[in-house]
Write a protein that binds this ligand. Structure first.
Ligand SMILES: NC(=O)c1ccc[n+]([C@@H]2O[C@H](COP(=O)([O-])OP(=O)(O)OC[C@H]3O[C@@H](n4cnc5c(N)ncnc54)[C@H](O)[C@@H]3O)[C@@H](O)[C@H]2O)c1
Length: 328
């Protein structure tokens, strides 16, 4: 229970997405009035189906690239004063952002600008949280990645529409914090997983589970020695809530994720074990510009917020598998 949110009006973009739908559940449980916006570019109606009749949830189907006045206050709906805005709208998987390159750079850069300008004019006291990504570190030359590391990113490659747009989104947040005195906070999310992920979005974990559920051997891109660190969605959401509510963190940037690092070969074996499957994984062509290693240094989040992921990978994979079984 996060009493900070009690009675406050919280706007969440990307509301029908995997992470935002869990965030909204927690906000409503904490007594907030939540306004969710989504255009269903990569999100799904079923993720928020259970909220349809909730008296403190209001959903607006809109593209947040549009000017906020055009969808937030209409003749049918008058938006109360926003206290906090979580900006999560964006395709998040390589399949998603490569299928929608323009939408991806627009939602992370232009929509971030639009939403901040809207708040600056209408409610400059509101807090704004931008969900950036570990992808801003690119193929990192520093390991694990601290917030002070500037990254190793290709400005014009197959992932740039996402990586560079998130970096520009951070720039836009920084300008609004420094030059306009707004309370803007940035979270760099590392790989997150759990129920309501899209089984077919091409990310590594759904991909492995899809193989298993289709009774095929797990397909590992490349030699499988590349590493990732997976955070269960409830841990991540707890960090997002803390980052918005706690102390005087205007202008701050934190990594949120689980620092337990695992190779893709180890992950494939663990997925097999959880699913009780005995097929040997196979190796397929590496993904272009796939980072070789990824592990958050979460010292800052631990110190500032008391952030501590608690769900173990095996436990998290079990509940994720139960969800994915309903999606086949
Ligand atoms: N899941 C992860 O591991 C991860 C890692 C790093 C960063 N992030 C960031 O967290 C956020 C949420 O990611 P997710 O995994 O829940 O992805 P998701 O695709 O499930 O959710 C994103 C939501 O944004 C919506 N959206 C996209 N463009 C929009 C637009 N122009 N207007 C309105 N809605 C729009 C989509 O329809 C979708 O519902 C994203 O910003 C993503 O970049 C996620």
């Amino acid at each position: 229970m996060h009493s900070f949110y009690q009675g406050k009006t919280i706007l969440v973009t990307g509301a029908a997405g995997f992470i935002a739908s869990h965030l909204i559940d927690q906000l409503l449980e904490s007594g907030a009035n939540v306004v969710g916006v989504d255009n269903f570019l990569t999100g799904r109606k079923e993720n928020i189906e259970h909220l349809k009749t909730h008296e403190h949830f209001h959903f607006i189907e809109a593209d947040v690239i549009d000017y906020p006045d055009s969808y937030l206050s209409t003749t049918d709906y008058q938006l109360p004063t926003i206290n906090c805005l979580f900006h999560l709208a964006s395709p998040a998987s390589p399949v998603g952002y490569q299928a929608h390159p323009v939408e991806t750079y627009m939602v992370n850069a232009f929509a971030t600008h639009q939403l901040l300008q809207y708040l600056l004019i209408n409610n400059p006291q509101a807090r704004f949280l931008f969900t950036s990504t570990s992808e801003i570190y690119g193929d990192p030359l520093e390991h694990p990645q601290k917030e002070t590391y500037w990254g190793n990113v290709n400005p014009n490659g197959p992932r740039s529409m996402y990586d560079e747009a998130k970096r520009l989104g951070e720039t836009i947040c920084g300008v609004h914090a420094r030059d306009f005195g707004m309370d803007v906070r940035i979270v760099r999310i590392f790989n997150t997983y759990g129920p309501r992920m899209d089984l077919r979005d091409g990310r590594v974990l759904p991909g492995f589970f899809l193989n298993v559920l289709e009774q095929k051997p797990i397909e590992i891109h490349g030699d499988g020695t590349q590493t990732r660190s997976f955070c269960y969605v409830s841990d991540l959401v707890e960090g997002l809530l803390q980052m918005m509510e706690k102390g005087d963190f205007a202008g701050e940037t934190v990594n949120l994720g689980n620092p337990s690092e695992i190779t893709m070969n180890e992950l494939a074996l663990l997925v097999n074990e959880v699913a009780d499957v005995h097929q040997t994984p196979t190796h397929i062509t590496p993904r272009p510009e796939d980072p070789k290693q990824r592990k958050p240094d979460i010292t800052k989040a631990q110190t500032m917020l008391g952030f501590k992921p608690i769900v173990g990978l095996k436990e998290g994979l079990q509940s994720t598998l139960e969800y994915f079984k309903t999606q086949v």
